[in-house]
Design a protein around this ligand. Structure first.
Ligand SMILES: O=C(O)COP(=O)(O)O
Ligand SMILES: [Mg+2]
Length: 227
């Protein structure tokens, strides 16, 4: 038997240029245990990934702000507080930076994502001035302006419970600061070689290979172990 998985998407299932690695489509459709996509991206992205893999749509989006399992959606966090920070950032000359359509935030319900090209120092200054309820999380792919206390790890606890599983039964793979909480909840945790310092420190194991190459090495090992 293979264990259930909690998989980050960007930096973990992707190539260095941000594409979904084709090996995702070979390895995950047939994985014989729950697979939870746990991402900082907005809700539709992991749902679409699960859908096109032919898997149950069991997802954590917005860094834990949104969880979806068994057809039930749960949202946590204070979107108004996050939006107020981003509005103040804009008033001070900051730019969210995703262009006119802003599909990054269009379906985002609990937080706001700001482009990695944005003025980080200004964003952090504005967030700090808003009091202690809002924080900025840097995934390498975006700065997420979100409520303190919302995390992928907390959402994984809730999703695991809904699935009737112990969160410690999960094996987690990730690459950044927003995966640290998942690593704390899952029974086994792996940081891919491209992971940031926070993820490397939190993970039980830092892999030799980066991006999907690292994730493939974990999945292969787990499969062999389960035989
Ligand atoms: O959207 C981001 O900033 C990062 O997404 P991820 O959590 O799937 O890596
Ligand atoms: Mg990531």
């Amino acid at each position: 038997m293979v264990p259930p998985l909690a998989l980050d998407i960007d930096g973990t299932l992707t190539t260095p240029t941000g594409r979904i690695d084709p090996r995702v489509f070979e390895l995950l459709p047939e994985w014989e245990a729950p697979v939870v996509f746990a991402t900082g991206k907005a809700f539709p992205y992991p749902v679409a990934l699960a859908h096109f893999l032919g898997r149950e749509e069991t997802v954590i989006a917005e860094n834990g702000g949104v969880a979806y399992v068994g057809g039930e959606t749960t949202t946590v966090g204070d979107p108004d507080a996050a939006r107020a920070v981003v509005e103040a950032f804009r008033e001070r000359g900051g730019e969210v930076g995703w262009g006119d359509g802003d599909t990054v935030n269009r379906w985002r319900e609990t937080e706001v994502a700001v482009s990695p090209d944005a003025d980080e120092a200004l964003l952090r200054e504005v967030a700090a001035a808003a009091g202690g309820d809002v924080e900025v999380v840097d995934t390498g792919y975006a700065y997420h302006v979100k409520s303190v206390g919302v995390s992928k790890g907390r959402a994984l606890e809730a999703v695991a419970e809904a699935l009737g599983l112990d969160p410690a039964a999960f094996v987690a793979v990730g690459d950044s600061e927003n995966d640290v909480s998942t690593f704390g909840v899952a029974g086994e945790s792996y940081a891919v070689a491209n992971a940031d310092d926070a993820a490397r420190e939190a993970a039980e194991t830092v892999l030799d290979e980066g991006f999907m190459g690292g994730t493939v090495s974990v999945l292969t090992e787990l499969r062999e172990r389960g035989e």
